[in-house]
Each structure stands twice: as structure tokens, then as C-alpha cells.
Design a protein around this ligand. Structure first.
Ligand code: RBF
Length: 153
């Protein structure tokens, strides 16, 4: 649990890619439950689905510029295949989200698994390595608090 004052006024957007849905559904669930457990009302959490991780970039851009969120969490799972697509998608998504982070003031949280095997993804969405969606939610809360505190100074 977050040891912080009232954070019930925060609004969050979770954007989930549908590719490898077995993984991303579990990440989204972990993220959503963590927000709820920490006192964020369900009405303050917007869940959006996009086709693949590549589309996280434009959806995050739209979400940030809608001005309705204290932080935006991007959730995806890119699993290495037989072609160089993995490298291009990982690089594109990472650079696209990094560029979005540095060009505006709403925190954008990177909840994208980039793994060599499906087992590695399953281990990180509720398996032996925890659920990275839960970690993404805590990161979003921490960054939303930071942004709010800095704005008040
Ligand atoms: N999207 C993912 O989120 N994870 C993947 O592992 C993934 N692998 C892909 C592999 C190939 C060969 C292609 C063409 C697309 C893949 N995508 C994946 C989808 C991609 O993020 C995007 O939705 C599409 O390329 C349409 O812009």
C-alpha cells in the first residue's frame, strides 16, 4: 500500500495492447487492482485497449493530450520471434514513449515486457517474478504524487 495522504482524487489511464493478451490481460488486472486497493475510485481509472504495442505510442499521446490523467500506464508484451520485428517494435515503442515523456509533463509509465520467450512473460505477469502491472501502478502513483508536489512548490 502507498503510505501517502489522500490520493483518491488522482485519475489514471491504463492502455493495454491486445497482442499476447494472456499476458497483457494479467498485467492490466494487476495494475487496475493495485489502483483500487490504494483508494483510487473506479470512475477515476480509464482503461483503453489498442491492437499492439506499437499503437501504445499514439494512444498514450492522445491520452496525455486529453489532459484527463495524472499518469498514463502503457502495458504490452513483445515476445521475440523468428524475424527482426522484435527489435524494431521494442526500439520503436521504447523510443516513442521516451520521447513522449520528455516532451510534456504527464508521467507515462513503461509497462511493456520485452522478452525472449512466452515463459519469461508469464513469469512476470503473476508468476515467479511477480506482476509488473502491479509495479507499474505503484510507479504511476509515485510519479503522480511527485508531479503534484512539484507543481505546488
Ligand atoms: N505487438 C505486440 O504487442 N507484441 C508482439 O510480440 C508483437 N509481435 C509482432 C510481430 C510481427 C511480425 C508483427 C507484424 C507485429 C507484431 N506486433 C506485436 C504488433 C505491432 O505492435 C502492431 O500492432 C502492428 O505492427 C500494427 O501496427
Amino acid at each position: 500500500m502507498v503510505n501517502a495522504k489522500n490520493i483518491g482524487h488522482f485519475r489514471f489511464t491504463i492502455i493495454k495492447a491486445s497482442w499476447n493478451a494472456e499476458v497483457t490481460d494479467a498485467l492490466e488486472q494487476g495494475c487496475l487492482e493495485t489502483f483500487l486497493e490504494n483508494g483510487i475510485p473506479a470512475d477515476n481509472i480509464r482503461c483503453i485497449t489498442v491492437p499492439g504495442s506499437w499503437e501504445l505510442i499514439s494512444a498514450a499521446h492522445l491520452a496525455v493530450h486529453s489532459g484527463a490523467s495524472n499518469a498514463v500506464v502503457c502495458i504490452g508484451a513483445v515476445v521475440r520471434g523468428d524475424t527482426p520485428h522484435f527489435d524494431y517494435i521494442c526500439m520503436g515503442v521504447t523510443q516513442g514513449l521516451a520521447q513522449l515523456c520528455s516532451s510534456q509533463t504527464v508521467p507515462v509509465i513503461y509497462g511493456v515486457l520485452t522478452v525472449n520467450t512466452m515463459q519469461q512473460a508469464l513469469d512476470r505477469c503473476g508468476g515467479i517474478h511477480g506482476n509488473k502491472g502491479v509495479e507499474a501502478a505503484y510507479t504511476a502513483i509515485e510519479m503522480a504524487l511527485l508531479a503534484e508536489n512539484l507543481r505546488r512548490e
